[in-house]
Design a protein around this ligand. Sequence first.
Ligand SMILES: Nc1ncnc2c1ncn2[C@@H]1O[C@H](COP(=O)(O)OP(=O)(O)OP(=O)(O)O)[C@@H](O)[C@H]1O
Ligand SMILES: O=P(O)(O)OC[C@H]1O[C@H](OP(=O)(O)OP(=O)(O)O)[C@H](O)[C@@H]1O
Ligand SMILES: [Mg+2]
Length: 279
Amino acid sequence: MLRVAIPNKGSLAEISAEMLYEAGYTGRKDPRDLHYSDARNGVEFFYLRPRDIATYVGSGALDVGITGRDLLLDSYSEAKEIAELSFGDSTFRFAGPAGSFSDLSDLAGKRVATSYPGLVGTFLAQAGVQSHLVKLDGAVESAVRLGVADAVADVVSTGSTLRKAGLDIFGPVILESTAVLISRDASIDGISTLMRRLQGVLVAKQYVLMDYDVPKKFLDEACAIAPGIESPTVSPLHDPEWVAVRVMVPRADRNDVMDKLYDLGARAILVSAIHAARL
Ligand SMILES: Nc1ncnc2c1ncn2[C@@H]1O[C@H](COP(=O)(O)OP(=O)(O)OP(=O)(O)O)[C@@H](O)[C@H]1O
Ligand SMILES: O=P(O)(O)OC[C@H]1O[C@H](OP(=O)(O)OP(=O)(O)O)[C@H](O)[C@@H]1O
Ligand SMILES: [Mg+2]
């Protein structure tokens, strides 16, 4: 059985479980269960703190896991990133009281609060800046107001937590993070199937299927507007001057593509969701 680590709590937990469900796996019914065996798919799931997942996978205790890139890098684990999962996007940044810091060198000799001392320590050392790291478990934005640090280094998504704490971002981006699939050895039996299934779910989320009819004389121009992944499917219509086309289009581009196809002369443009895919 493939042994898979997935987050039991936090920002990545719910979407990870949803993605696995859409990929055809069954998971725990009780949110307090720490382990679930999906015998039909030959997979055992272990529900763990996202921060600990790199440790389990890096030691070889578990074969593969879902965690954040920032947590993987903070852990110094031997696990490697084998796929991006396109959720849990965030940036990792320095922030300080408005007007107090403008660049990285201002941190020399200062106290920096973070829950990611490995990641931040390596970044500062590589930049040649000597600061004192204050390790906190969470809610690090409060550290400045409460006087235990001069600045913070933390996950930023919308920026609203920083704003509420009166802190401004400064200095370079420490890391662009996202949810990733990690493993020590991507050739372990079953990992490629899991990866293909998860990628199928991502494709289904990121693409739509577009069908339209177009005069044959505009077919090449229409295919240039929406080239698809391999190549559009073209079928004859009863009217020999027209063809029907089916093509995958990035979900975010769908309205723009529909406008352009319509302007070209395409009609009966229909968009439908993709429920599952293997490319
Ligand atoms: N607001 C957010 N938006 C997007 N991703 C986030 C956000 N907060 C955290 N993450 C990402 O989620 C991952 C795990 O962080 P998370 O905060 O969920 O775990 P945690 O701090 O251990 O759990 P909790 O916050 O419940 O104590 C990290 O990779 C982090 O980058
Ligand atoms: O930029 P924002 O959209 O405001 O999101 C960023 C915040 O979200 C996370 O906190 P979380 O809720 O996980 O609490 P924690 O700090 O205790 O981990 C992160 O640590 C930031 O504090
Ligand atoms: Mg958190």
